[in-house]
Design a protein around this ligand. Structure first.
Ligand code: NAD
Length: 369
């Protein structure tokens, strides 16, 4: 079969250097010739943001940062930007701070410089997300893609191990989901697999020694590869499920990704054995002689999650059995038609119930195929 695809590479400057965030940010502010900078950082991250912003003039600090970007927060931030004549948005923090900056950029066209402190990867995508009436809506728009990203691994050393693990697995999820996403192609698949390889090497070192700076640098690099792959390949089943769980049931983003991922992999891997084999290899457990590639990929992810002490039950984060029918209905409605396995109420009920209770990724689904 001939190879046919259209691939778009998003344009963005990446400045990577441990201990260099303040200097790199100042250079970016100068490059933008900005004089009215709005810094978006949660109150909890204010001290860290002040360190990063020590060499720039800040016209406005904005700290009303809430996960999944409630529309009201976006409107407040947009009004504040307009009132203060802002000409550049700087966001310092995780995906929530970056998401709020994107919501402002979406309607104002203001440029963004992102200084990420987690592995969520939002800084490398043109995807925005906002939540209203228990429904999270996402979309793509090049106006929300940060023009520059300032990566400084020293800013991530304070990320607690549990959050590093969950956020790191959120990043691994970008890699896995990109393999079969609607716009998957050989370029974004290569980025995804290298991202998975890099993250699988870095995350256990971070869990063991959170102050291991080279491991933190490696994780940030893997996080960027993963997010670029995700931005290019588009949102697939895993992301659709996690978005609905976050938007409708207010589940925390990173932990939800970490819990749901093995179940989506177990569902899809049998239908894409070549990709499963490449993923198993990237995660450090190549397929053994006679082994089913899907089993190898599932086992490789399971081993990584066990090493990291990853969270296992959505019930621990507030989902209940009575939420399952609505979640199933929303998941079936949101699933991309191109998912390798046909998505049905039955397989979504099995998947979400297993993720709720922490059951093994459904082998019944695997063998039933
Ligand atoms: P987050 O930004 O809410 O951060 C999680 C927690 O970590 C917060 O309490 C925060 O204060 C803390 N934290 C962040 N950096 C820290 C550090 N260095 N040290 C100590 N604590 C730190 O969570 P997240 O998982 O980074 O982002 C989730 C949000 O990002 C969700 O709303 C999600 O939808 C969005 N997101 C969007 C995209 C996209 O492409 N649009 C991609 C990924 C995530």
């Amino acid at each position: 079969m001939s190879m046919t695809f259209e691939h778009i590479t998003l344009g963005q400057r990446v400045l990577f250097g441990s201990g260099e965030a303040a200097a790199n940010l100042a250079a970016e502010v100068q490059r933008h010739a900005a004089s009215r900078v709005m810094v978006i950082a949660s109150a909890a991250k204010r001290e860290l943001a002040e360190r990063v912003c020590r060499d720039i003039e800040v016209a406005l600090w904005f700290d009303d940062v809430v996960q999944h970007v409630p529309v009201e927060c976006a409107e407040q931030a947009r009004a504040a930007a307009a009132e203060h004549g802002i000409d550049l948005l700087v966001c310092v923090g995780g995906g929530s701070a970056i998401g709020l900056a994107k919501a402002v950029a979406l309607t104002t066209g203001l440029p963004i410089v992102a200084v990420p402190t987690t592995y969520a990867g939002s800084e490398a995508t043109n995807v925005w997300g906002m939540t209203e009436n228990r429904t999270k809506t996402t979309g793509t728009d090049d106006r929300v893609l940060p023009g520059a990203v300032v990566y400084d691994a020293t800013l991530t050393v304070s990320l607690p191990v549990a959050l590093s693990v969950a956020s790191g697995l959120n990043s691994v999820a970008h890699c896995v989901d990109a393999l079969w996403a609607p716009k998957a192609d050989p370029i974004n698949q290569a980025l995804a697999l290298e991202g998975a390889r890099t993250l699988a090497a870095a995350l256990p070192r971070i869990a063991e020694a959170p102050e291991d700076l080279p491991a933190r640098e490696q994780a940030l690099c893997g996080c960027y590869l993963a997010a670029v792959a995700f931005a290019s390949a588009g949102s697939a089943l895993h992301h659709k499920i996690c978005h609905l769980l976050g938007g409708t049931f207010a589940l925390p983003h990173a932990e939800t990704h970490a819990i749901v991922l093995p179940h989506v992999l177990a569902l899809n891997a049998p239908a894409v054995p070549d990709l499963a084999a490449r993923l198993a290899c990237a995660l450090g457990r190549p397929v053994e002689a006679g082994q089913d590639p899907a089993d190898a990929a599932v086992a490789a992810l399971d081993q990584l999650r066990t090493t990291l002490g990853a969270p296992t039950r959505l019930a621990d984060y507030g989902l209940t059995e009575s939420d399952i029918p609505e979640a199933v209905q929303r998941a079936v409605g949101a699933a991309p038609a191109s998912n390798p396995v046909h998505v049905t109420p039955e397989n979504m009920t099995a998947l979400l119930t297993a993720a709720l209770t922490g059951a093994e990724p459904a082998p019944a689904v695997l063998t039933a195929r």
